[in-house]
Design a protein around this ligand. Sequence first.
Ligand code: PGA
Length: 248
Amino acid sequence: MTNNIYFIANWKMYGSTSSLNSLNKLITLSKLKKYNKAKIIYFPPFTLINDLIKKFNKTKILVGGQNCHHIEDYGSFTGSISPKMLKDLGCKYVILGHSENRTSGENDNDVNKKIRSALNKKLKIVFCIGETLKEKRKKLTYSVLKKQINKGLKGVKNYQNFLVAYEPVWAIGTGVIPKNKELKFNVATIRKLISKKTKKKLPILYGGSVNSKNISGLKNITGISGFLVGSASQSSKKFIDIIKKTIN
Ligand code: PGA
């Protein structure tokens, strides 16, 4: 791993105002020269975005939203948050296409609309893709990734602010991770598919049960520029461990 290494903390529907003090050590670490290459981005639930932005003020740590509506500005959509609202709070990023949202009904077309709106509002995108266990068993991984990329990125022209997160659905929250060979192969496949969309070499991250124990094996896989960490990111100690073991 040479250039920037992304460490994404996806808190999902966890965290409360009392979780914030535990971030002090992470802030200290982020200021050390040794960790200059670490690009740390937190995705708390919407309720904590404001607190985290204040907490990370004057640090390099950025904050993003875990999802957004496909309407850019405002509208009568009870319970939804628009790209404009995320931007207004000071968010720099948004996660789109996460499998937990795909499972609850979001399709590639929805993801595409969200990506385009978020880009219009100058948010940076973490675009999540990955196959389910059923699809993997049926040897459909390639066609699933191809479909998610082609449909999700339809009409997208600006890849300046784009990260791709490969998250096999069967690895999320299960404690199971792909074998190195499989992961390397799928990341290379994604790279090839994306290269048909843009000449820019987008960072590809891996997500799914990343923890402080398996990180040492994962960090050496060719083509990966960082990690999207779910449950292990809820403990700053574990998240710090992941960063330290990646950059040592
Ligand atoms: P996990 O979640 O690390 O808990 O598997 C990853 C994700 O869903 O982004």
